[in-house]
Design a binder for this molecule. Sequence first.
Ligand SMILES: [Zn+2]
Length: 341
Amino acid sequence: MIIDIHGHYTTAPKALETWRNRQIAGIGSPSEMPKVSELRISDDELRESIESNQLKLMRERGLDLTIFSPRASFMAHHIGDFEISSTWAAICNELCYRVKQLFPDHFVPAAMLPQSPGVDPSTCIAELVRCVEQYGNVAINLNPDPSGGHWTSPPLSDRSWYPIYEKMVEYDIPAMIHVSTSCNACFHTTGSHYLNADTTAFMQCLTSDLFRDFPTLRFVIPHGGGAVPYHWGRFRGLAQELKKPLLKDHLLNNVFFDTCVYHQPGIDLLTKVIPVDNILFASEMIGAVRGIDPETGHYFDDTKRYVEAAHVAAQDRQKIYEGNARRVYPRLDAMLKAKGL
Ligand SMILES: [Zn+2]
């Protein structure tokens, strides 16, 4: 089985975006604020948006299952206040749950949280609980920078994040560390803000003792870990100077990287530098980079091709495709086992 641990609902019917735009327009003028009930998307529309996009590509590429979360750039936690984020997160999470219900063999949901800049992260617990208990979510996406590129929140090691971690540990679910749209003109959303955040989150873990407080807490750092694998020597050296344990003991029981790196040399480096047990297959399809690479004639985000061509043993490739995901996402594993898989 091939599990893609990083997919977003980037192809949701247009009505979703239209409703969101009305919600944003309604900030500050309550009479214009749309009701949740005014958003109507039929099962047929959901089915069509998936069948002709993600599911079509999954079938073409030989992927079986995608861990599916709301569109990352649309989370836009910086917009409005907690109430705005809360309503928006509930809508987006419900849509991913409905996709799972329509395609239970191919999509398993992961939740976005109703984060808001300057608001206590513990306010997200209710939505987290709802998504795990009612919707069967197997993970969350945690935004280390709800300000959208201004980094006004404390680092992930700050105790204000702990209530979320306590709930994650209780449910045994990982978090993908995932920022949203950049509203800082210096940072392109997917080209720099995402990769900056991946690198930043890793360094926040490195300088802290977060995983001493939460030995079973697990973070998935997407987009191949940002700059981390490429600069692994720098990070090992910094850890040494900071008198931290070796990275394999300090972080690698808790931090994992996905394969959303869109060329062969990048995957070759990732699989050479990072232990195979810490690499999870993902493509983030249909996502940031949608074109065809003229050098190969294949889609940049057809990451299975790179993993297939990487110099890893067959049993290690199987870990990347399935085994590691089942270990890092125990609720997914339990769900699959219940189906006899
Ligand atoms: Zn993503």
